[in-house]
Ligand binder design. Structure first.
Ligand SMILES: [Zn+2]
Ligand SMILES: [Zn+2]
Length: 177
């Protein structure tokens, strides 16, 4: 009765976890490594991917030949498609398009998107807050004030102002005298 036991032991094979891609020793029907045999563990990792491995994701498949697939970048707001070569028995693949496979670029993208959103909401808020009549008046007043300030420095318009002012002054003095 020892022979069948020995045979049973021999059936243990080197397998690859369908969830994390790690090699483990298990029965031919075993799909997951010791850790991921527990469904709760698989769910857990799904929700919070390993911090050092956020560039990649686990893709479960039973392909027996290399297949090119089009995936969509998971970076919020990107939506670009990228082609992934899916290899048999390989389950870890890039999560982002070529452009966003680097953490710095992803952060940069998110920052720029945030800034854009802030700018948009500010512009919308300014439009909503400003009275319809006052808005064009403000725009007109600002350049005028700037022009006057600039004119004072250039002096030329000062003469023009002087030319205008003395005329009524003469008139006034004329009427007085
Ligand atoms: Zn595993
Ligand atoms: Zn992307």
């Amino acid at each position: 009765m020892q022979l069948p036991k020995y045979k049973k032991k021999k059936r243990i094979k080197l397998k690859i976890c369908q969830y994390c891609g790690k090699e483990f020793w298990g029965h031919p029907i075993a799909k997951y490594c010791e850790l991921h045999r527990d469904v709760k563990q698989r769910e857990k990792t799904k929700k919070s991917p390993e911090p050092g491995d956020s560039n990649n994701k686990t893709y479960s498949h039973d392909l027996i030949e290399v297949v090119e697939e089009s995936w969509i970048c998971e970076l919020d707001g990107c939506g670009k498609t990228y082609v992934v070569k899916v290899f048999p028995k390989q389950y870890v693949y890039p999560r982002f398009c070529e452009e966003h496979r680097n953490e710095f670029r992803r952060r940069n993208y998110i920052r720029q998107k945030l800034m854009e959103d802030i700018r948009k909401t500010r512009a919308a808020a300014a439009k909503a807050a400003a009275p319809k009549v006052a808005a064009p008046a403000k725009v007109a007043a600002k350049p005028a004030a700037k022009a006057a300030a600039g004119a004072a420095k250039v002096v030329v318009p000062k003469d023009a102002v002087k030319d205008v002012k003395p005329k009524p002054a003469k008139k006034i003095s004329g009427t007085k005298a």
